[in-house]
Write a protein that binds this ligand. Structure first.
Ligand code: COI
Length: 331
């Protein structure tokens, strides 16, 4: 059995090596190149391909892969928003993703950022770096004094809730499909507007599907408390960045942390040092004391990366054997 993997990064290689050692019967080949119509032929002879990329899996790409006899596609990430599912269906592709690689990685990052905003670590670190060791005016706020609204109580949202409970914060939550355990705890508000009205800070854990498009927008922000803190580590298309900037400018939003951005492809995970920065809105946000911008790193831990590699390769083997892995995408 042969598996071909695309866009393998240096940081994935230790996990890949472990997996190969545990599966000596499987031949693994890989490239650091993206899967495109031009590179699809590299997978010729493979039973399955494994890939992670933000570049779209277009009809042309899928056709090129099918043309070399490969219709098993295992993603090393969770998001499937960049797949042309109509084309995949017509070409009879089997697809898997990794829906749960490490909820803690993402939940922890979001809550670390929320705590950093509350304790104003960005301006304090900057002061310390220039040897200004005075306390004032960089006074913080305590997590236990906050009502934190969690939108989306799947795997990641639930870990965030547990972290918040550890801090002693009051947690309220909203989900279209409430979790029965949390329901018993009485954590849910009746509707999302109640959460907007009550929360001092809000963090999102929902997928970037069309129904959630720009959940943080002018209208929803207007319903929030004055001085609300917003966090988004989930998907860039969940927020209207212009509405966020307006909210920061007016003081309606006191602090903001973002790990994702609607136009992040080609911007994040690139080194812009010494080069013209291409996105003035993000440059403006990065420069603010009360804003934390991170380049889609919430997932980026050794544990998560290892799970992404191991689970996707396991799924690729299942497909190659004619089986349906648990993490097959139903479409
Ligand atoms: C996903 O798994 O879809 C993510 O958002 C993380 C990705 C950048 C690897």
């Amino acid at each position: 059995m042969k598996i071909f993997a695309y866009s393998i990064r240096e940081d994935e290689k230790p996990a890949l090596k472990d997996w190969e050692q545990a599966h000596p019967d499987v031949e693994v080949a890989y490239t650091d190149e993206l899967l495109t119509p031009e590179t699809a032929a590299l997978a010729k002879g493979a039973d399955s391909v494994v890939v992670y990329q933000q570049l779209d899996y277009t009809k042309e790409t899928l056709e090129a892969l099918a043309a070399v006899g490969v219709t098993n596609l295992s993603l090393r990430n969770v998001g499937t928003d960049n797949i042309d599912f109509d084309a995949a269906k017509a070409l009879h592709f089997n697809i898997s993703n990794v829906p749960v690689y490490s909820p803690n990685a993402i939940a922890e990052h979001s809550m670390i950022q929320l705590s950093r905003l509350l304790r104003r670590t960005k301006p304090m670190d900057e002061k310390v770096a220039r040897h200004d060791l005075r306390w004032a005016p960089t006074i913080g706020r305590e997590m236990r004094m906050q009502t934190v609204g969690i939108i989306g109580t799947g795997h990641i949202g639930r870990v965030a809730i547990n972290i918040l409970k550890g801090f002693g914060a009051k947690v309220i939550a909203y989900d279209k499909y409430p979790n029965p355990e949390l329901q018993k705890e009485g954590i849910y508000v009746d509707n999302i507007d109640d959460l907007y009205a009550q929360a001092d800070a809000i963090s999102l854990y929902v997928p970037g599907v069309p129904e959630n498009y720009h959940l943080y927008n002018r209208e929803s922000i207007a319903k929030m408390k004055d001085g609300v803190i917003l966090v988004n580590v989930s998907r860039g298309n969940l927020m209207d960045i212009d509405a966020i900037i307006e909210g920061l400018d007016s003081g309606k939003i006191s602090d903001f942390a973002m790990d994702v951005y609607e136009h992040e492809v080609g911007l994040f995970n690139e080194d812009w040092e010494g080069k013209p920065f291409p996105d003035p809105k993000i440059a403006d946000l990065i420069a603010r004391d009360n804003v934390l911008v991170t380049p889609h790193i919430a997932f980026y831990t050794t544990k998560a990366v290892s799970e992404m590699v191991h689970q996707s390769f396991d799924a690729a083997v299942s497909f190659a054997k004619g089986e349906t892995p648990k993490i097959a995408v139903k479409y």
